[in-house]
Design a protein around this ligand. Structure first.
Ligand SMILES: C[S@@+](CC[C@H](N)C(=O)[O-])C[C@H]1O[C@@H](n2cnc3c(N)ncnc32)[C@H](O)[C@@H]1O
Length: 287
């Protein structure tokens, strides 16, 4: 017997009895599968805006339904692919893409999203249920740093989002007229001990980085410096920014490191200022 059950969060948590009558109900089936429920067009637009989708992007919508996210991404100049289990929805989505004159850039494949190759994606879009997202999380986290993931109404387990929108959507077909859209940017892996040489400013610097997703804890030391504190650190994809204040050459400096992480190397610029004088240095840190 194919019984439905109400899940505790995401799509399902937003449902009221009226909504369940109004449209295809957004319950998970007992086997955990996700039914077809559309993202309202205004929410589609905000998802693509939050992920900054444009020409040059490759967007993959996992569970693409009638194809609306894929078609709107193609309308913004991206190449877009929808992965959908239900063949009849794939056929409908292909018709919709043709009708929009976007069939060349908006393509669809009938398959299980867990079997899809996601490696070409610069943006992944999701409107699934929390438990499915949680199963996807390790694969999403392993994508190229900088890949954006945008999800409607369901999080990615304990991976904290980078940005969130909360929207009133009065004509949403399920729930109570409210949508949540969240963005994650796949972080580079930066955990470890990094060294860089700046003979004119602090000598050998050491950064000890502990990482949980995009959240970092950093300790800073330099052979020619002391008393460093780290009031700010941010990792977005492969872009690392780190502020550390401390004494170098008997003067108190604010040191702002900005760099790009590529494997075991960070290259970028240090801007140092003591309030009277500013200095800038190119740096390369290695792990
Ligand atoms: C809530 S709908 C979202 C449709 C569309 N992305 C949107 O936002 O309008 C989820 C879709 O995922 C599809 N789906 C569920 N499980 C899937 C799986 N394992 N592989 C591929 N598609 C799946 C369903 O058939 C359904 O069309």
């Amino acid at each position: 017997m194919n019984r439905r059950r109400l899940l505790g969060a995401g799509l399902a948590a937003l449902l009221g009895p009226a909504a369940a009558r109004a449209q295809m109900p957004a319950y998970a089936w007992d086997d955990g599968s996700v039914p077809f429920v559309v993202t309202p067009m205004e929410v589609v637009a905000r998802m693509l805006q939050l992920a900054d989708v444009g020409p040059g992007d490759t967007v993959i919508d996992l569970g693409s339904g009638d194809g609306r996210i894929v078609i709107e991404a193609a309308r913004r100049g991206a190449r877009a692919l929808g992965i959908e289990l239900d063949k009849s929805l794939v056929a409908a989505a292909e018709d919709n893409a043709r009708a929009a004159g976007l069939a060349e850039r908006a393509r669809f494949e009938a398959m299980d999203l867990f079997a899809a190759d996601l490696s070409a994606a610069t943006v992944i879009t999701l409107y699934l249920l929390p438990e499915l997202n949680a199963r996807l999380r390790p694969r999403l986290l392993a994508l190229t740093p900088g890949t954006r993931i945008v999800s409607h109404d369901a999080g990615l387990g304990d991976w904290p989002f980078d940005e969130r929108l909360e929207l009133r959507v009065p004509d949403k077909p399920v729930g109570v007229g409210f949508s949540r859209v969240e963005l994650w940017v796949v972080p580079a892996r930066v955990a470890g001990i990094w060294n860089l040489e700046l003979p004119e400013h602090g000598g050998r610097w050491t950064l000890r980085i502990a990482q949980r997703y995009q959240l970092l804890e950093v300790e800073v030391a330099a052979t020619g410096g002391r008393d460093f504190v780290v009031p700010g650190v941010r990792l977005r994809g492969a872009q690392l920014a780190l502020v550390t204040n401390g004494i170098v050459g008997r003067r108190a400096w604010r040191n702002v490191f900005s760099g790009t992480v590529e494997g075991g190397r960070i290259t970028g610029e240090l801007l140092a200022s003591d309030g009277n004088e500013s200095r800038s240095f190119a740096f390369t840190a290695v792990r």
